[in-house]
Design a protein. Structure first.
Length: 545
């Protein structure tokens, strides 16, 4: 006889209607895990968003890389003609694609609130996945939440979860891949392996260096499968399951580069250090290093310790555990932590550029170290678990002043010092968009014809976004560089105005370097604001007037 208690079958129409309402209410009622996830996402995301709004509105701390991605996401919907190729083919596409839902709402984008909203959402997702990883390791809620709090409050994590940059996006995807891989390691089910592959596929298209971690996992997948003595066909199927989504996503990106730009490796050739930090700013000189490879390695070890000590601690503890247990997951986490420094070492040695000593390029190991805590907790037994948890909480808490000090004094900066100054009450920065706002206001008031202003969108994207009317501008996205260059060289009668910047790699300024002084016949300066100059274009070529 069955011992399962069942609901009696409905006998009347009223009973059947009540049964339908009961079933519907059960479907709509979130379970405890979903409730926890939504609460964590709401609290963490809301806190990061509030921080981002304060930094943006009160302290004027704006990272122009994020602004550029938001602008081009905005152009996808609101430019003339609207097209998905506005995301470009130089930087990884997901950096811009993540802004599309926010850019669809015009006021959200033009007010720049989309910047902190996007990164705050991804910051919340990062903590959500770490929470799942802690849960997988066997931690109770009272143990998980303090760890998430001290890690989420780390200044580097908080800053990049609030400033609209892509760093927090790929950190979430990287940790999502690790979480899925740990699930596969524990269960050997195909589903988590597919999830890991999807996370890494999106991560690679957010920051190309994530490919290093994706490729690294092929080794433990192979070795673990061989250790289980699986059949060769099963091993091949497992590797195909993991590698197929990654190969497909990269193949698709290569195909679109070949189809539109004429070269599948266009994105790779266009990568270069020293991108300008603001519209109109000249590309900064990229300092080279004369350090030896050994000295570079020493500096990277020191940097990891000064930025986030748990990274170095995690490597040491994991290594001790691995030597005793000879566990493949432990060795994998060690390799994942070391790959971050090894990748940076290769880039610095290969390029000779010290730019890659920047803090943001070396924060990749931070969440991996936190993920290692979950694995160490899972391996521990009895009272040792409490020791692992207490030591982890202490190390994460102590890391906060370490990180804060490094952000304050480290020589290779990307607005981190400005963030620390703002948090410590020393004041923010002058509004970097004053000039762009004035030009945008003038354009909104004076220009009403589509494609009336020729401009180099790679430099003046801030004006185009703040105006809310990118269709008023004839930019390089509209009909391609060939058409745009033809209009630039012969603008008479085609456009009414040209907008250019001075002091930067603007293609209009390169063609008419003295136009701002009124030295180019047919081009009359009509409005100036800081680096921006708006020129009225004659209806006929100067020689024909």
């Amino acid at each position: 006889m069955s011992t399962v208690l069942e609901r009696p079958l409905p006998e009347t129409a009223a009973d059947r209607e009540a049964e339908q309402r009961w079933s519907k209410s059960r479907r709509l009622r979130p379970g405890p895990r979903l409730t926890e996830d939504l609460t964590l996402l709401g609290v963490a995301g809301g806190a990061y968003f509030a921080l981002g709004v304060w930094l943006l509105r009160s302290e004027h701390i704006l990272v122009f890389d994020g602004l550029a991605r938001l602008s081009h996401a905005f152009f996808v919907f609101w430019n003339s003609p609207p097209k998905l190729t506005a995301i470009g083919f130089v930087w990884p596409p997901v950096e811009t694609l993540v802004f599309l839902p926010f850019a669809l709402i015009r006021p959200l984008a033009t007010s720049l609130l989309a910047l902190p909203l996007m990164s705050a959402f991804c910051g919340g997702l990062l903590l959500l996945v770490l929470n799942r990883l802690f849960e997988l390791g066997g931690m109770r809620p009272w143990q998980r939440y303090p760890l998430l709090l001290v890690f989420g409050a780390n200044p580097m994590i908080a800053f990049y979860a609030a400033n609209g940059m892509a760093e927090i996006v790929y950190l979430f995807l990287l940790v999502g891949g690790i979480y899925s891989f740990v699930r596969w390691y524990l269960t050997r089910a195909a589903g988590p392996l597919v999830s890991a592959s999807m996370f890494f596929s999106l991560g690679i298209l957010t920051r190309y260096e994530v490919f290093s971690w994706a490729l690294l996992l092929v080794v433990p997948i192979t070795l673990v499968s061989i250790r289980q003595r699986v059949h060769r066909s099963e091993l091949e199927g497992t590797l195909l399951t993991y590698l197929a989504p990654i190969a497909y996503s990269m193949g698709l990106w290569l195909f679109f580069n070949w189809l539109i730009e004429g070269s599948p490796l266009f994105w790779l050739r266009q990568q270069a250090p020293g991108a300008p930090l603001s519209p109109g700013a000249a590309a900064p000189h990229v300092a080279s290093t004369t350090l030896s490879p050994l000295r570079i390695a020493e500096k990277l070890v020191a940097l990891n310790w000064e930025l986030f000590p748990p990274v170095v601690i995690a490597v040491i503890v994991l290594l001790a555990v691995a030597l005793v247990r000879k566990d493949w997951m432990t060795w994998t986490l060690i390799a994942m932590l070391l790959v971050n420094a090894a990748f940076t070492w290769l880039i610095v040695v290969g390029s000779g550029s010290v730019e890659y000593f920047q803090l943001r390029y070396n924060m990749r190991a931070m969440p991996i170290a936190v993920a290692s805590i979950a694995w160490l907790y899972l391996l521990a037994r009895g009272r040792r678990r409490h020791l692992v948890w207490a030591a982890s909480l202490l190390s994460l808490a102590v890391a906060i002043p370490f990180t804060l000090h490094t952000m304050r004094v480290y020589p290779y900066q990307f607005r981190e010092q400005a963030f620390v100054n703002a948090v410590e009450g020393k004041g923010g920065l002058p509004d970097p968009l004053v000039g762009a706002r004035k030009v945008a206001s003038w354009v909104d008031a004076q220009v009403h014809q589509r494609d009336a202003i020729l401009t180099d969108d790679s430099q003046t994207f801030a004006v185009m976004l703040l105006s809310g009317r990118p269709d008023l501008f004839l930019d390089r996205i509209d009909h391609g560089d060939a058409r745009w260059l033809a209009v630039r060289d012969n603008p008479w009668g085609t456009v009414r105005y040209m907008l250019m910047i001075t002091g930067g790699p603007d293609l209009i300024a390169a063609k008419y370097p003295k136009a701002g002084e009124g030295a180019n016949p047919g081009l009359t300066p009509v409005f100036r604001s800081q680096n921006y100059i708006l020129l009225r274009v004659a209806a006929k070529p100067p020689a024909a007037r």
